[in-house]
Design a protein around this ligand. Structure first.
Ligand code: PLP
Length: 371
């Protein structure tokens, strides 16, 4: 018989972080309100400068969401109808949306069986005469092997885009993600490692031409007010998000350290032979947006943890190529086996910087007690 749970451990509780920084965030927000700098403006520009320097690039552009960042990155690269862009099958669907929104076709590639990141060999097999770019995703906060994918991209004259939505602050060979590829996309959705207080995203790049194009596209296709050079969008970042993100950027490395400490505790503590974890590559430093484990009977592990008061997540239950939205592309079950296996077996344990050691140990015990 299970006794009633000692803890209720949420998958993510962003309120704890808010309580730690609420005075600082409160005064930042007050400044935005008093200056009425609601859309774009000085607080967004301030964050853009800080974020560019954080990522080690020349330009950062604040946008309305990570999805919009992926869309505008595709437009900046000139992706249009008839073009193919290779993306991993195991990612949040928005990685593929960007390609579709620009009019292109996402082509899904499999992941490596152990790192769960995009497999450069599988990517190379999917390249056709129509392929224009590859989007690599630093999945769950763990950088993909950039140099290996870059070799494939260079061999075929393709652009390489980073989807950093889950990996702000992570490093590959000592360099921050977001500064590795031709152009990089970020999400500041509230649940991400660097979360705004609403919807927000951004692009980083050192290519001046991409910077100009994205700035114009996010602002109705205009550089000078009421003069429109192209059909644009309204995808500007709100002032309050710029202000909040400037406050939070100062803490991001500290928060990533805490995530790594929790991950280490999980990795050291979980001894259950039925459970596997994500393999890292030696040259990379993860920021553990998620701590994902796999096990054959995932639903049984999920129920077991829930009976102990722990709320796990599933990232993601259906790989992109099997989503109804992409039915017309004609993929079927069995086409992309590693991604499909991951979707069947993955479970995300609670992970956020404010999770206490006691809570992590409680999760570890519950995982070790399974079976
Ligand atoms: C969250 C996420 C996005 C989309 O970002 P939004 O800000 O929610 O639009 C894109 N790609 C990945 C990998 C994500 O996790």
């Amino acid at each position: 018989m299970e006794s009633s749970p000692r803890f209720n451990i949420p998958f993510l509780e962003i309120k704890r972080q808010y309580l730690n920084i609420k005075d600082e965030v409160g005064s930042a927000l007050k400044r935005v309100f008093e200056d009425c700098a609601f859309s774009g403006g000085p607080y967004v520009e301030g964050f853009e400068k800080e974020f560019a320097s954080f990522c080690g690039v020349r330009h950062a552009i604040g946008l309305s969401s990570g999805t919009d960042a992926l869309h505008l990155a595709m437009r900046a690269l000139g992706i249009k109808e008839g073009d193919e862009v290779i993306v991993p099958a195991n990612t949040f669907i928005a990685t593929a949306w960007g390609v579709s929104h620009a009019g292109g076709t996402p082509v899904f590639a499999d992941c490596e069986p152990d790192t769960w990141n995009i497999d450069p060999e599988q990517v190379e097999r999917k390249i056709t005469g129509r392929t224009k770019a590859i989007i690599g995703v630093h999945l769950y906060g763990q950088p993909f092997d950039f140099d290996a994918l870059k070799k494939v991209a260079d061999r075929h004259g393709l652009k390489l885009v980073e989807d950093c939505a889950q990996a702000v602050g992570a490093k590959y060979k000592g360099k921050r993600v977001g500064g590795l590829g031709d152009i990089a996309c970020h999400s500041f959705y509230p649940g991400k490692n660097l979360g705004a207080y609403g919807e927000a995203g951004g692009i980083t790049t050192s290519v001046g031409e991409y910077d100009e194009m994205v700035r114009s596209l996010r602002n109705h296709g205009s550089k000078v007010k009421y003069y429109h050079d192209e059909i644009g969008f309204n995808m500007r970042m709100d002032g309050i998000h710029g202000a909040v993100l400037s406050v939070k950027l100062k803490y991001i490395d500290e928060w990533s350290e805490k995530r790594r400490a929790i991950a280490k505790r999980y990795l050291d503590g979980i001894k259950n032979p039925a459970i596997k974890t994500q393999k890292g590559i030696p040259s990379a430093e993860s920021v553990y947006h998620l701590f994902v484990v796999t096990t054959e009977d995932r639903d049984a592990l999920k129920e077991h943890l829930e009976s102990r008061g722990i709320s796990p997540g599933i990232h993601y239950p259906v790989p992109c190529h099997l989503q109804n939205a992409y039915r017309h592309l004609g993929y079927k079950t069995g086409d992309i086996p590693n991604a499909e296996r991951l979707a069947r077996t993955c479970l995300s344990l609670p992970m956020f910087p404010e999770l206490t050691d006691k809570e992590a140990d409680y999760v570890i015990d519950a995982v070790n007690d399974y079976r």
